[in-house]
Design a protein around this ligand. Structure first.
Ligand code: WT7
Length: 637
């Protein structure tokens, strides 16, 4: 298989980009002709950002799994689709060819159907990184059910919120998950979540850790038993449901600056075309290459660049169950050598954490198979970029710095391996079809270079979110109302004289901790649940490994003699309400918070204090009680 849409030179990139802006419909139609459709579209693109309404390939019929599986089974049934490396290097790995994967997805699709799942139903998937997770995702897509994958680190409360929001009546989970030395009891977390979700009809449980679980009669079933039933019934192939281009494919929850996480909705056709297109072009994927994305499928990176993008392109994708530092910090390099990985796509936080172990863990590992390196999730600092380049890429591998978001479905700004040059800490140029603009605080586009401002996109690309589940108005307000007529990313950026972009980070109250998005309001709500907490304010601060850490200022009533015990209690509360990823790194007890006369917390000041500043807070005259600032700043010492 070769890709007629593969870009092979800078000239081709320039031409593709120009055409994508001048004639977007013709441009994307040409790309889309490379996929398998039951029926082609009536109209390539219909949109307005006021509602917002975006429809790509309207009128077309397809099933994304026919593109990820059937057509490759027909051409290359024995090509590896998924290589799976377990947490424990002593355990056997698994290789699923396209034919194996197709068979398993069909069987799983039958299991879902036999358990009552129908087209349009929401299925929550809460599993560790085992092949059955990818299989469950694809099985949902096969029958037109909408999957909502929840990362295995989220708490019962977070799961319950998401199940209720999506009214998901079906769950696929595991007894437990292995991650490093940990054995996470997934089924037991689900059981806790379901106390608040009596509407859930069925829980399908896959075995992995053999942790004891309680199976509730009439509700819970073992995947193994269900697969046996399917086999006994002689059910093998499962015809793919014919979906409309704009039917929802999945929901993925992500944090914003206010309220509870929102369910970002992606639809079938545009998402498919864009993830495959961006996968092939950004990584310069060549048939036969082994692609290793270290993300978890619980995040958008895993959806788009472990599952859908690579499989739609007929690639070989490597799934890793464990963590980079167990049994030791050479785990990634051992995997690269073992499978002769060609493309490695990871996060700056992982690179920084591995840097901390020095070069010894690299000793003796052959990394010569690597051709392309990638990074995603947060701005990469130059030091980490240089380390990655010198020690992993040996100065020979382009590093693609890919900027995108859960909402964008795929990479929007990135250099392209072997096509456009990388610049340390710069995401560089937009992909074809992407029109970034920088705007000032009034929403006026800043033209000319260099420039700095808030990053917006002024026209839709095929994988843009379509709505936030159950609340279209929230989608409009969050992304399309700040700067009317444009999609607002929430990020700030700079543009150099050549038009390259450097993403400087969120300009809203969203934190990026180890590449995970967490809303300050969400963390505050969780902290405020603790009985003694009167009020709290959460800000980010620079953290050597995580990129950003979480700093909480808390007013606490009746502080215990042992402040640390109270701190532990609060951390425990946050873990229960959201999950361990949202635990504050620092907690400072205070007697007041800097508020304006209208009652708004001046986070700007708290951010400075969290960064270690003790004076120079700028204008504090609008504060109700300026003395409080001094007190907090001094309290820090
Ligand atoms: C936010 C989106 C896209 C998958 C992972 C995160 C930040 C992401 C980069 C990058 C600088 C980046 C942005 C963005 N971000 N990639 N290459 N350089 N910042 O997805 O959880 O939706 O978070 O991550 O701030 O808005 P997400």
């Amino acid at each position: 298989m070769s890709y007629s849409y593969q870009i092979n030179s800078k000239e081709q990139y320039d031409a593709a980009y120009q055409r994508s802006v001048e004639a977007p419909e013709a441009f994307w139609a040409e790309v889309a002709h490379n996929f398998q459709w039951r029926r082609k579209w009536d109209k390539v693109l219909d949109w307005n950002f006021a509602e917002p309404h975006v429809a790509w390939f309207a009128g077309a019929k397809l099933n994304i799994t026919e593109n990820c599986l059937d057509r490759h089974v027909a051409e290359n049934p024995n090509r590896p689709a998924i290589i799976w490396e377990p947490n424990d290097p002593e355990e056997h790995h698994r290789v699923l060819t396209y034919k194996n994967l197709y068979d398993k997805v069909c069987q799983f699709a039958h299991v879902l159907k036999n358990n009552g799942v129908k087209r349009g139903d929401r299925v929550c998937i809460y599993m560790g990184m085992i092949p059955e997770l990818a299989i469950a995702v694809l099985a949902c897509a096969r029958i037109g059910a909408i999957h909502s994958v929840i990362f295995g680190g989220f708490s019962a409360q977070s799961i319950a919120d998401r199940l209720q929001d999506a009214r998901a009546e079906y769950i696929v989970t595991c007894d437990g998950a292995f991650r490093g030395t940990k054995d996470i009891p997934l089924k037991s977390v689900i059981d806790d979540a379901l106390i608040a979700c009596p509407f859930v009809k069925r829980v399908i449980v896959c075995t992995r850790t053999r942790t004891p679980v309680s199976m509730i009669k009439g509700r819970d079933v073992w995947l193994e038993d269900e697969l046996k039933k399917v086999e006994t019934l002689g059910l093998t192939d499962c015809p793919a449901e014919e979906m409309d281009a704009e039917d929802p494919l999945f929901i993925l929850y992500t944090s914003g600056s206010t309220g509870k996480p929102k369910g970002v909705v992606h639809s079938c056709a545009g998402y498919m075309v864009y993830t495959a297109y961006s996968f092939v072009n950004v990584f310069n994927y060549q048939p036969g290459d082994i692609h290793f994305c270290t993300a978890d499928i619980g995040w958008i990176t895993g959806h788009s660049y472990i599952v859908y993008g690579p499989l739609a392109a007929g690639a070989t994708t490597l799934m890793f169950e464990g963590v980079p530092t167990w049994p030791d910090a050479s785990r990634f390099w051992q995997i690269v050598e073992k499978y002769k990985v060609n493309i490695l796509y990871t996060a700056p936080t992982a690179i920084r954490s591995l840097m901390g172990f020095g070069l010894q863990p690299l000793q003796g590992y052959d990394l010569s198979s690597l051709k392309v390196l990638g990074t995603v999730g947060e701005p990469i600092n130059e030091e980490a970029w240089n380390w990655y380049n010198e020690n992993i890429g040996k100065g020979n591998c382009p590093i693609v710095d890919t900027w995108w978001q859960t909402e964008t479905g795929g990479m929007l700004i990135s250099n392209m391996a072997n096509i456009t040059p990388g610049i340390p800490a710069w995401a560089t140029l937009p992909l074809p079809g992407v029109q970034p603009v920088l705007v000032d605080e009034h929403g006026t586009e800043i033209e000319g270079n260099p420039a700095a401002g808030n990053l917006c996109i002024k026209a839709p690309w095929p994988a843009i979110l379509r709505t936030t589940y159950g609340d279209h108005e929230r989608c409009r307000k969050t992304y399309f109302s700040t700067y009317p007529g444009m999609y607002f990313t929430g990020d700030g950026a700079m543009r150099d004289a050549q038009g390259n972009y450097r993403i400087t980070g969120r300009v809203d109250d969203v934190l990026n901790v180890s590449g995970h998005r967490i809303g300050t309001a969400e963390v505050e709500n969780a902290i405020n649940m603790h009985a003694g907490v009167v009020e709290s304010a959460v800000v980010g601060f620079p953290h050597d490994i995580k990129g950003q850490g979480i700093y909480a200022f808390i007013i606490f009533q009746g502080l215990h003699e042992d402040e640390n015990l109270t701190r532990q209690d609060i951390l425990q509360t946050v873990s229960r309400i959201i999950g361990p990823i949202a635990k504050p790194d620092k907690i400072q007890f205070v007697t007041g918070l800097p508020k304006t006369r209208s009652g708004k917390i001046m986070r700007r000041i708290l951010r400075k204090i969290a960064e270690g500043e003790t004076s120079n807070f700028g204008d504090t005259t609008t504060l109700l009680d300026p003395a409080v600032v001094e007190e907090i700043a001094v309290g820090k010492l």
